[in-house]
Write a protein that binds this ligand. Structure first.
Ligand code: NCD
Length: 282
């Protein structure tokens, strides 16, 4: 079997996505089983994370695996100047899968070129976040009951959001999905609210900017309001990878349109399905 890396959503095929989603939905319905006993999952995070790292970790434990790794580089030899390549060579010996988040575009591919075990890209700079895309697809399916024939409005930092990049690529695999991507610094999103089935709101990716003033202006340019939510069509949902800043105020949280906390919960079953796949359970 070729090593099953998950580096970019650009290589996803629809039947494979459907297998992952079906397995995730099976976990959601029937609970987890120990399909990964004696496996060691490695989570190697060079950038902050709450949901991605911990949902992979929980998924690993739910499947009976053990989990090792680091959640920042301060306590590792990277702080002494060790290269990404040498780090990957080492952790290939310590875990059966490498789940890596790193600030540089292309870092996941570099890791996969060296690793002797599967690499899952948990975010490489502003480039890609393929496991989030699978999570977003499960979310859309749970919300709408389908992955074809819908309209999605994506609002936020379109240029630097790896979540938007990965999802926008993948949605091209589905039929009659209309995508509208709005950078609120350049264009108002309000004209599109009433037509969208799914509205994805993302934060300013401030860690990718050197200009604090530009970040502040971007942040102030949008805040999804209760009045915005009231313009949405019946059954339409607001989703977000989180974390949120001021663009998704807490006043939205109890509205029926708000779906981002349910979405976050789908991270565990989706990542469990992905771990099973890369480790060859099916
Ligand atoms: C996203 C990420 O890291 O790209 N977070 C996540 O994985 N849930 C979105 C973000 O940080 O804005």
């Amino acid at each position: 079997m070729n090593t099953r890396h998950i580096i970019t959503s650009e290589t996803f095929a629809r039947p494979w996505i459907e297998q992952i989603i079906n397995r995730a939905e099976q976990f959601m319905q029937d609970g987890f089983v120990h399909t990964l006993p004696n496996k060691i999952i490695g989570t190697y995070f060079f950038e902050p994370s709450t949901r991605t790292r911990l949902s992979f970790t929980t998924a690993g434990y739910r499947l009976g695996a053990e989990v090792v790794g680091f959640d920042n580089v301060a306590g590792t030899s990277i702080a002494k100047g060790e290269s990404l390549e040498d780090t990957i060579r080492m952790v290939s010996n310590y875990s059966d899968v490498i789940i890596m988040r790193h600030p540089e575009t292309g870092s996941a591919k570099r890791a996969a070129d060296i690793a002797t075990v599967p690499v899952i890209n948990a975010g490489d700079g502003a480039n890609q976040h393929p496991s989030q895309t699978l999570l977003d697809l499960v979310t859309i399916k749970q919300a709408l009951g389908r992955l074809d024939d819908f309209k999605i409005l994506m609002i936020g930092d379109i240029e630097y959001s790896r979540v938007v990049h990965s999802l926008a690529d993948t949605l091209k695999l589905f039929n009659n999905v209309e995508q509208v991507l709005i950078n609120p610094m350049k264009e108002s999103y309000q004209p599109y609210l009433a037509d969208a089935d799914i509205i994805l709101v993302t934060r300013v990716q401030h860690e990718r900017y050197s200009d604090a003033q530009a970040v502040a202006e971007f942040k102030e340019s949008y805040c999804f309001s209760v009045a915005d939510a009231q313009q949405m069509k019946s059954g339409a949902k607001i989703i977000s990878p989180l974390p949120r800043l001021s663009e998704l105020p807490t006043t939205l949280d109890l509205l029926p349109q708000a779906y981002y906390f349910q979405q976050a919960a789908f991270g565990v079953p989706v990542r469990a399905a992905l771990l099973e796949y890369v480790l060859g359970v099916w």
